[in-house]
Design a protein around this ligand. Structure first.
Ligand SMILES: [Zn+2]
Length: 317
């Protein structure tokens, strides 16, 4: 029986996406409520767009190879915490390590700043379609930067025999607990005088937590037998192997609220980046915007993202 179980474990697909689609949508959704009334006027009626398109950058990974490195940084490739050898500015870092090396190890802290600039420009141009698109996508990258395993080269526990831990932390735990037990009432967005410094700080927190994320699960897995760690569940008519609810709760308790905390910090950071872009653009009146509809090209791109994603999904199963 045990042998059969282990055989099944090896054969069934394991689902893993950054923050899971569930987490990313929830994070973007809740960020809207931290905005001031002058911004809510635009974001509230478009909240389902902000929520739905929170996952576009993950879908784009299946279409464009350059997309991958925008979601993480293997910061441990650059020495020891707090990584003094890695310059925080792109130019200085590229000069020291080459742009190719930076891309190879992931560029999320710099990409967030590029997206912030794009959003700021969109506000200056009063371009509604661009504001919504960049807001949704910027939210994705900021949320990724808060995930400890997005700041570690051991991103799926592949170096320590913990394959699957990526999705365990960022998908399985929130899917089980966020709606029922977590609180997403968070004050107000704040203006960030130095967004670059802010996001590097969050990356360093993620990097520092990655060790804890890995060690605690390793320790727990040595105490709990495999047939209590995993469960088979029906998902849309497909049997998939999952971490059991029992084991998920145990791990969450060991993490002492870390996943909920990082989710809340993501929400605050996203709203604050949106707010900062709006302020830096001169607080344009969001009641009177141009480009209220997406262009045919933009609509085509959304469709292509979905097609790429669906194709990939059926490939995997
Ligand atoms: Zn991602």
């Amino acid at each position: 029986m045990k042998k059969l179980f282990l055989l099944l474990l090896a054969a069934l697909p394991f689902q893993a996406h950054s923050w899971g689609f569930f987490g990313h949508k929830k994070i973007n959704y809740h960020a809207v409520f931290l905005l001031p009334p002058e911004m809510l006027i635009l974001y509230k009626p478009n909240i389902s767009f902000i929520e739905e398109h929170a996952v576009d950058p993950d879908k784009r990974r299946y279409m464009i190879p350059a997309e991958g490195p925008r979601h993480y940084i293997d910061i441990d490739r650059y020495g020891q915490y707090p990584y003094p050898d890695l310059p925080r500015s792109w130019n200085a870092a590229a000069e020291k390590f080459t742009a190719d090396t930076l891309h190879a190890h992931g560029i999320v802290p710099w990409w967030i700043q590029t997206m912030l600039q794009r959003l700021t420009t969109a506000f200056k141009q009063k371009n509604q379609a661009a504001i919504l698109k960049y807001s949704a996508e910027l939210g994705h990258y900021i949320a990724d930067a808060h995930v400890p395993l997005h700041a570690s080269s051991n991103h799926n526990g592949q170096k320590t025999g913990q394959k699957g831990i990526h999705g365990f932390w960022e998908s399985r735990i929130p899917e089980l607990l966020a709606d029922k037990e977590w609180d997403f009432i968070i004050g107000k967005a704040q203006y960030l005088p130095n967004p670059g410094q802010f996001i590097w700080q969050r990356i360093l927190e993620s990097a520092a937590a990655a060790d804890t994320v890995l060690k605690l699960e390793k320790h727990l897995s040595q105490q709990i037998h495999a047939d209590q760690r995993y469960a088979f569940e029906d998902r849309n008519g497909q049997i998939i192997r999952q971490y059991s609810s029992y084991y998920t709760r145990l791990y969450d308790q060991k993490l002492n609220g870390m996943v909920e905390r990082r989710m809340r910090q993501s929400i605050f950071a996203i709203a604050s980046f949106w707010y900062t872009a709006w302020i830096n653009a001169g607080q344009p009146d969001l009641k009177n915007l141009s480009n209220r509809e997406f262009s045919p090209e933009e609509l085509k791109e959304f469709e292509a993202l979905n097609t790429a994603w669906r194709g990939r999904e059926s490939d995997e199963h």
